[in-house]
Design a protein around this ligand. Sequence first.
Ligand code: NAP
Length: 362
Amino acid sequence: MKKIPVGILGATGMVGQKYVQLLENHPWFEVAYVAASPQSAGKKYKDALKNGWLVGGNIPESVASLIVEDVSDVAKAAKKCAFVFSAFEMPDKDMIRKYEEAYAAAGYPVFSNASAHRATEDVPMLIPEINPQHLDIIPIQQKRRGWEKGFIVVKPNCSIQSYIAPIFALLQAGYEVQKLIVTTMQAVSGAGYPGVASWDIIDNVVPYIVGEEDKTQFEPYKIFGEIKGGKIVPRKTIEISATCTRVPVSDGHTAVVSLEFEKKKPSREKIIEIWRSFRGEPQKLELPFAPIQPIIYREEPDRPQPRKDRDADKGMAVTVGRLREDNVFDFKFVSLSHNTIRGAAGGGILNAELAFKKGYLP
Ligand code: NAP
């Protein structure tokens, strides 16, 4: 099969580099267009990395000499790529929205990591194992905005990625969750580069990440929502209370979760069985980036740990452990996922693979 040429907006940043790394040798897609800020535009990719190559190994040769374009110059993408991954950051979210819409209007499907469009009612926020049906809103989005081939799909915040699949698996099995308290311990790579100053994070825990708790509390509602009347209507049946912290870990977000069921309460063994047998559309379709087992349960009393578990199944699986009965709620557990793979570039690639298999890509 001839590979589909793809673009990366924000290709020089932490997540952009992860896309470049993960897409090397992808069976369907190849990087053909890279864009970043005006300061990087006009340079060869390898020379535009002002902080160097941050993600390990070498820059793939096929990308190293590509000329970086300015994200705002949409016309430069013409005939170079069929769709784009968006991983650029700007202080003004309206500008991110505007540029992503400009690419969609110019005919490019946009798979975004940015938060700018996550709350937009006709933009699906996808985790392919959970809400693949939300892709059905694409024709509505295109019609409403007059876009012929382009559209926007976003992925959720990396913080929820570590605990939302285990919760969804329980809901799907018929066990309604009523209350959930989550504390996240998020890696420094989640803040991009250079991210948190070393003076703030070495020998320390920072108990606040701007905007993160609101996202952690809202985004699950949209993901569990339903398409009704041309928009995604959030399903707000679970009460979620989140505390998000930054910890001195390079990669891998950990979440400590306590939950209470509404009526029926499964046994510990039943919950583990539900998690281990959980499979979604990416597994059925055998998408290249799909983990074989999306939720891995580990019985060791001291797992999951970021260094030992973040790379499970190419960094795409969520690892869960320490499920036990709770004195206040029904159960509690610890859950972990790789924030720049499953929570960022790998998740974006899985979204594009799903859209491709479902016939949404040109
Ligand atoms: P980052 O390392 O700071 O990279 C930012 C990127 O945006 C760079 O390519 C930069 O280009 C570009 N950029 C900055 N100003 C720009 C401008 N005025 N016009 C166009 N491009 C501009 O950030 P990151 O961690 O990769 O995050 C990128 C996006 O992914 C963010 O929206 C973030 O919220 C999201 N995200 C990150 C993670 C994670 O784990 N890190 C997880 C999920 C989602 P230059 O190099 O030219 O400055």
